[in-house]
Design a protein around this ligand. Structure first.
Ligand code: ZN
Length: 179
């Protein structure tokens, strides 16, 4: 078993390599790793740094969905819990987008407490990236659509961290102020 600092550091390194060259959706085509760093840092803050596996899973939460990383590899390199947290945050990409979105709302209340925190942190980060000064009509539509859906997913994830719940509410308020 890796020490807590090594666990997080190895996770950041693997994520940086696997998502290399990818850009995130939203403001300014930021590198994808910015999203992962933000989610991991929200999780570290929400749990006051006591749960290294959760922070590592934050770095890795999109690695199975968006790269060739496998559950077995994560279990072997990190731990069974890190692997299962990431799997819990992985959509079935063979389903159409509307179906994946519907499933996230439906499945959220049944996730582990750690996966619920990752989901909230992910939505905070993704709403934040869509908040831009002077949005176009398309950007405004995308923000309204994403925020409305994220609220439904997060409704099933609340209660594990009051701080994270408030951060999410603040992000929604900032989005609504633009709509
Ligand atoms: Zn994500």
């Amino acid at each position: 078993m890796l020490s807590p600092i090594r666990l997080v550091s190895e996770a950041a390194d693997l994520a940086a390599h696997r998502h290399n060259g990818m850009a995130r959706k939203g403001r300014g085509n930021e590198p994808y790793i910015n999203h992962l760093a933000e989610v991991a840092n929200l999780l570290a803050t929400a749990t006051d740094g006591v749960d290294a596996e959760l922070v590592a899973a934050g770095w890795l939460h999109d690695s199975i969905e968006d790269t060739d990383t496998t559950r077995a590899e994560l279990a072997h390199t990190f731990s069974e819990r890190v692997a299962s947290l990431v799997v819990e945050c992985t959509d079935d990409m063979s389903l159409p987008k509307a179906e994946r979105r519907r499933k996230q709302i439906e499945d959220a209340p049944h996730k582990s407490s750690g996966a619920k925190l990752i989901k909230i942190a992910d939505k905070i980060s993704n709403i934040g990236a869509r908040i831009q000064s002077d949005p176009s009509a398309d950007e405004r539509d995308d923000l309204a659509d994403y925020t409305g859906w994220a609220e439904q997913v997060v409704a099933g994830c609340r209660g594990g961290s009051a701080w994270l719940d408030t951060k999410f509410d603040d992000a929604v308020k900032a989005a609504r102020a633009l709509l």
